[in-house]
Write a protein that binds this ligand. Structure first.
Ligand SMILES: CC(C)(COP(=O)(O)OP(=O)(O)OC[C@H]1O[C@@H](n2cnc3c(N)ncnc32)[C@H](O)[C@@H]1OP(=O)(O)O)[C@@H](O)C(=O)NCCC(=O)NCCS
Length: 189
């Protein structure tokens, strides 16, 4: 799964990537939710994965539990065949059944709206810094799932705590890949 994730994200948002190390670290993180996370497998090959963690929205009326996920990824040669959408729909069904109200993510603003995500300003949810922007999105798992859930969004530390040297050390166990810079990386800085 780590290898598939590395290939899915390599040079995608920056030269190289750290998402394969994120996947590895998430497995043992206290905020990780394995009961919601899934991999897509065909003939023993991992084609894609989605990993969920606990998150919260902190407002004047208290803390509200929400979900987030990341990474969601599909092996490059299997992309564009509906696997990403399938992983998301399946896991949203499980989350809904378990009583979760909604999901908040930082993600691709051109991909998630087609799956029903809206920018978080629609829900009265901001980042911890009080910001809203296109990549900051949410979806209600039930009708009016975010009703009464307004405030600032906080997510697991692990997403912000992947030291470069640890990523490099971890990556040495993988077949070498070349890091490349592309103009579109600027949008992710
Ligand atoms: C984004 C990703 C998970 C989508 O999974 P997928 O199985 O390829 O997507 P699906 O088959 O469900 O959907 C395909 C559609 O989404 C579009 N799409 C895929 N990635 C997109 C992106 N980054 N931005 C905009 N549209 C995108 C495709 O063009 C296709 O559109 P079409 O149906 O009109 O032809 C996958 O492409 C991936 O792993 N990308 C690299 C890692 C990544 O960026 N993950 C998301 C981080 S937020």
């Amino acid at each position: 799964m780590e290898l598939m994730t590395q290939h899915a994200f390599w040079n995608k948002h920056r030269p190289g990537c750290d998402e394969h190390y994120l996947v590895h670290q998430l497995r043992t993180d206290s905020d990780y939710l394995p009961e919601l996370s899934r991999i897509a497998v065909k003939d023993g090959e991992v084609l894609g994965c989605i990993m969920y963690t606990k998150a919260k929205v902190v407002g004047v009326n208290g803390d509200h539990e929400v979900l987030t996920f990341g990474p969601l990824c599909v092996a490059p040669k299997w992309q564009g065949r509906g696997i990403g959408e399938f992983l998301l729909e399946e896991t949203m069904t499980i989350a809904r059944r378990k009583g979760y109200k909604g999901i908040v993510i930082f993600g691709e603003p051109d991909y998630y709206p087609r799956l029903g995500f809206k920018t978080c300003d629609a829900f009265g949810i901001t980042t911890a810094a009080g910001e809203n922007f296109d990549a900051f999105m949410g979806i209600e798992l039930v009708k009016e799932g975010f009703k009464g859930i307004t405030g600032e969004y906080y997510y697991a530390d692990i997403y912000e705590n992947l030291p470069e040297e640890d990523v490099e050390r971890f990556s040495k166990a993988f077949p070498p890949l070349r890091k490349l810079s592309f103009p579109e990386h600027e949008a992710f800085q």
